[in-house]
Write a protein that binds this ligand. Structure first.
Ligand SMILES: [Ca+2]
Length: 278
């Protein structure tokens, strides 16, 4: 029996895709050789980062699109809020929704219930004291733009016909990358660049260059001026071109099961770079 413990969202999905293609474990022989604990006919191993890199994105090309979606919303609004506004909205969402899952642990476990009951637009004009991104750490008011960005990031990209194309981040996830728990780390999906004078812009560096390199095939392609229609057209083109080699969202695991494979996997609830509820 091949018992596999595989963790985190992207590598977890990547491993499941590996097991679909190599259901008897042949595809992970290298991982087994490098890190294994053998006992009788059971091998317990942790997958390593190479596996995630090998299958590359994990989950779906739509996952990458979902990561770009907050910046698309920000650029469409052309209203660039301070990071502290989004951080305050995140804190308010946790305060409002933490207990919905019955455990006061700072984690929003009941995501759908939170989305149904907590509206970030109710926080518009709420004061945020000593905003680190504002000049002289001045106090600022939560803007409507910040509330819309939070709401859209949680909902995920919604395309033509109002169909959700991929999942959003959970309420409580770090939207800006300012949370000390993730530092030093990449910028959050909804990060904005703010100068010392308080002028903020969208973050052109935050996303993986999926649109530029893989879809437009032009490193200089500027994603900041896309209409929503152009955004979704390009996103769909990316799925058409790459789903068969990058997508890992196929739930067919019967051959792995029939070959005796067992898997223990886990997935973060409030990761800043991947949807929880896939
Ligand atoms: Ca909780």
């Amino acid at each position: 029996m091949l018992l596999t413990v595989v963790g985190d969202s992207w590598k977890g999905h990547a491993f499941m895709e590996e097991m679909r293609r190599f259901p008897t474990g042949m595809g992970v022989r290298r991982a087994v050789d490098r890190a294994s604990c053998s006992r009788s006919d059971t091998r317990l191993h942790m997958t390593e980062s190479w596996l995630g890199r090998r299958v590359f994105t994990g989950q779906s090309s739509w996952q990458v699109v979902s990561g770009q979606w907050p910046q698309q919303v920000i650029n469409t609004l052309a209203s660039y809020s301070y990071g502290c506004e989004l951080d305050a909205i995140t804190a308010a969402a946790i305060a409002a929704c933490d207990g919905l899952d019955g455990v006061a642990d700072g984690i929003v476990g009941e995501v759908d219930a939170c989305l149904d009951s907590f509206d970030p637009l109710t926080l518009v004009a709420t004061i945020v004291d000593q905003c680190p991104q504002a000049p002289s750490r001045a106090s600022v008011l939560i803007s409507q733009a910040a509330a819309i960005v939070a709401s859209e990031t949680w909902k995920g990209p919604v395309g033509n016909g109002h169909r959700r194309l991929w999942y959003g981040l959970s309420p409580g996830a770090d939207l800006t990358g300012n949370d000390p728990a993730y530092q030093p780390g990449p910028d959050g999906f909804a990060f904005t660049n703010c100068s010392a004078t308080g002028k903020c812009t969208g973050n052109s560096k935050s996303s993986f260059p999926w649109f530029q390199l893989f879809i437009a095939k032009d490193p200089s392609f500027d994603v900041r001026n896309l209409t929503d229609q152009q955004f979704f057209d390009m996103a769909h083109a990316g799925t058409q071109q790459y789903a068969s080699i990058l997508g890992t969202d196929d739930p067919e695991m019967s051959r792995f099961r029939d070959s005796g494979g067992k898997m223990i996997t886990f997935h973060g609830l409030v990761g800043p770079s991947s949807a929880c509820c896939v």
